[in-house]
Write a protein that binds this ligand. Structure first.
Ligand code: NDP
Length: 337
């Protein structure tokens, strides 16, 4: 049983020294457990936070722990009535070949699902995050302008496409021309701007002639700087993630802009609300799955995956994702079904 463990805590950008690949025996399930074999593994930005010692909404990993994460796995042995050998499930098995589970928090996938890995992306945690953050906190109204960065990733792509269906003007932000072209041509964003462009703020302003009503916050940093002056009165900001800051070891250089931010909150009467998807909205997951399942099936919502082959490739794929070298939902294929 290959396992990738946290070997040391990163200081800034994570490196391969922070991970260790070890091998152990395949675990044996007890009378109330099942044995799962990992097929696909999800890589998500939040994992960077768990590698650090600081406590966030969840406890950090300890040194020597198997890296955590969502997985699609196959049941290979089962002592639980609800799960049969051969079933495909979404579990939290982490970065390893085999794990045992008591079935808690494990979701059985439809046998006929053509792409089980979607259970880690558009039909899983990231898709659910985009859907709930936009609809519940964003409070979208037809004709309003929405801005979302990491627009081709699983969260941003969902936000943009749901926004389109709700009649919003959708402005995506992504890294590079190829991602921006995909956002417009495939995902249907009205426009997409490259955050690496020198005149990013100017381009964003031109893309939002009526200001911004919803800024779905995925990245922070330069994108937030560009957005702030464009926010309309009563704009809403679902604070979903701040990926540009996840490797930061200190506050950014430059003038303290906290006062300016508070000024915008006051003068524009902004609603800014952070959320952690399953903590706030767990009960809504079945209803989300039904709606999004139909939309994906009918082609109303499209998705792109960035599939990397082999468990051992996970650390590099994880670094790449944090740097934006992924194009679509990052998934590691660990084994064949
Ligand atoms: P992605 O697969 O989109 O990967 C992250 C992307 O962030 C990169 O591909 C890159 O896209 C972009 N990025 C990285 N650095 C920067 C930067 N400096 N400036 C601008 N963009 C940058 O991620 P997800 O869709 O899985 O997640 C998106 C966000 O949602 C993350 O912040 C994540 O932490 C958050 N999240 C929050 C949850 C919650 O419960 N609150 C649950 C799930 C996700 P590009 O090349 O286009 O810039």
């Amino acid at each position: 049983n290959r396992q990738i463990k946290l070997a040391s805590r990163p200081n800034g950008v994570p490196t391969s020294d922070n991970f260790e690949l070890t091998t152990s025996d395949i675990p044996t399930p007890n009378d109330n457990q099942m044995l799962l074999r990992t097929v696909y593994m999800s890589l998500d930005p939040y994992m960077r936070g768990r590698m650090s010692a600081s406590k966030s909404y969840a406890d950090p990993l300890e040194i020597g722990d198997v890296m955590l994460g969502g997985t699609v796995a196959q049941v290979v042995e089962s002592n639980i009535d609800k799960f049969a050998v051969g079933d495909l499930v979404v579990s939290n098995s982490g970065w390893q070949d085999y794990s045992v589970s008591d079935g808690e928090g494990v979701l059985k996938l439809d046998k006929n699902m053509s792409n089980p890995s979607y259970g880690l992306g558009v039909l899983g945690m990231p898709g659910f995050t985009g859907y709930m953050g936009l609809t519940d906190i964003g409070k979208p109204k037809k004709g309003e302008t929405l801005v979302v960065a990491a627009a081709t990733g699983p969260v941003g792509a969902t936000v943009g496409q749901v926004g389109n269906h709700l009649g919003l003007r959708t402005v995506g932000v992504a890294g590079g021309a190829e991602k921006c072209a995909y956002a417009v041509e495939e995902l249907g964003f009205d426009i997409c701007i490259d955050h690496k462009a020198d005149d990013f703020a100017e381009q964003l302003k031109n893309a939002c002639p009526d200001g911004i009503d919803i800024y779905y916050e995925n990245v922070g940093g330069k994108v937030l700087d560009g957005v702030l002056p464009l926010l309309n009165a009563h704009a809403r900001i679902p604070v979903c993630g701040l990926v540009s800051q996840y490797n930061a070891t200190d506050l950014p250089d430059g003038k303290d802009r906290l006062g300016m931010l508070m000024g915008h909150i006051l003068s524009q009467r902004l609603t800014i609300k952070g959320f952690i998807i399953f903590e706030e909205y767990g009960d809504h997951f079945p209803e989300f799955l039904k709606i999004m399942g139909e939309w994906v099936e009918s082609g109303k919502v499209k998705t792109k995956e960035h599939i990397v082959d082999g468990l051992a490739q996970a650390p590099q794929a994880f670094f790449d994702m944090l740097e934006g070298k992924n194009f679509g939902k990052t998934v590691v294929k660990v084994a064949d079904v």
